[in-house]
Design a protein around this ligand. Structure first.
Ligand code: ADP
Ligand code: MG
Length: 317
């Protein structure tokens, strides 16, 4: 029986946590990182939440693309939506293995599973006119021209290092499996969902079609938290607290801020567009849709943050 008294946490985990820049990304490295992440997730479970985990896939989807590019002469290249789906499978597998090990060791009464997640976007989203997200490897000018002609890729010159493909990053509109994800969490499963921001799909000429785009995982995870009515939306990232004047001598760590303070700091430019900006925006989206609280912190400080001793909480007022 599903118990509506249960509390749900949607937890967003950066792709770098599972494959940091300092590693090459062997299976053993990635599985060990997943084992570490699993311990952190079970900390949230032990503080009384049903957990839905959304992971990023930036480094991992980059590797899948590189494999496709390297072997293109022998095996047909797959479109980007298929590559995102592939990372949901590989990362979901490593994370559920890690969670099962930790569940067994700690004697916790839970199961875990991964939901391949499709996220509806609009194929008329402005982002399709203006692709901004660089992905995959670097190409020579000649090869870039060939990919433009044969695959219709958009290419940009990236800081003197060569040409890179850029893809659109459309706004997520609806998580296709959110109801099932919620039911699975309330039935006692730690659910891994919406990996890499989800597989972008849209109705094109009345037909459900995957699109070559990358959805921002910060926006996808806050939308999922909103759709399932999560009690808390937790963002695990590289810092234990959000700050104003970040990295400057007058830096000030934030313990708890409300929506109007967050909006004011955002307008003053404290949260850059490529990093903390989308997290704060995603947090504000969740709160303005009726969400109670958001916690932004690091994996290391999560336990302390759940006890109110670290982290940054964002609340409505
Ligand atoms: P993720 O991989 O989790 O999405 P990002 O690197 O995109 O992480 O964003 C988090 C990073 O943003 C932090 O690790 C920090 O370096 C940076 N950052 C920028 N501005 C701030 C700020 N005002 N407060 C805290 N961290 C900030
Ligand atoms: Mg980020």
């Amino acid at each position: 029986m599903v118990n509506s008294q249960k509390k749900i946490a949607v937890v967003a985990l950066g792709g770098n946590a599972l494959l940091p820049e300092t590693q090459v990304g062997t299976f053993e490295e990635q599985q060990a990182n997943a084992d570490t992440a699993a311990e952190v997730i079970l900390g949230i479970v032990r503080s009384g939440y049903e957990v839905i985990l959304v992971h990023g896939n930036g480094p991992q989807v980059g590797q899948v693309l590189a494999q496709n590019e390297e072997s293109a002469a022998k095996i047909p290249m797959m479109p980007l939506d298929v590559c995102v789906a592939a990372t949901q499978g590989t990362m979901g597998y490593m994370l559920t293995t890690a969670l099962r090990r930790a569940i067994k060791r700690l004697g916790i009464d839970k199961n875990t599973l991964t939901v391949l997640t499709n996220v509806a976007v609009s194929h008329t989203d402005q982002a399709f006119q203006n692709p901004t997200k660089p992905i995959g490897g670097f190409f020579s000018a000649e090869k870039a021209q060939e990919m433009k002609e044969t695959k219709g890729w958009q290419m940009v010159e990236d800081s003197g290092r060569g040409y890179r493909r850029v893809v659109p990053s459309p706004k997520p509109r609806k998580i296709m499996e959110s109801q099932a994800i919620r039911d699975l969490a309330l039935a006692g499963n730690i659910v891994i969902a919406c990996g890499g921001g989800g597989i972008p799909v849209a109705k094109v000429n009345e037909k459900l079609t995957g699109l070559e785009a990358v959805i921002d995982k910060d926006f996808a995870s806050s939308l999922l938290a909103e759709e399932i009515g999560a009690d808390i939306y937790i963002v695990l990232t590289g810092v234990s607290q959000v700050a104003i004047n970040y990295g400057k001598p007058n830096m000030q760590l934030l313990k708890k801020i409300n929506v109007s303070e967050a909006e004011k700091y955002m307008a003053e430019g404290h949260f850059p567009p490529g990093s903390m900006g989308p997290k704060i925006k995603a947090a504000l989206d969740f709160i303005s849709a009726g969400g109670k609280e958001v916690l932004i912190t690091s994996a290391e400080k999560l336990e302390a943050a759940l006890q109110g001793e670290s982290g940054t909480y964002i609340v409505s007022c």
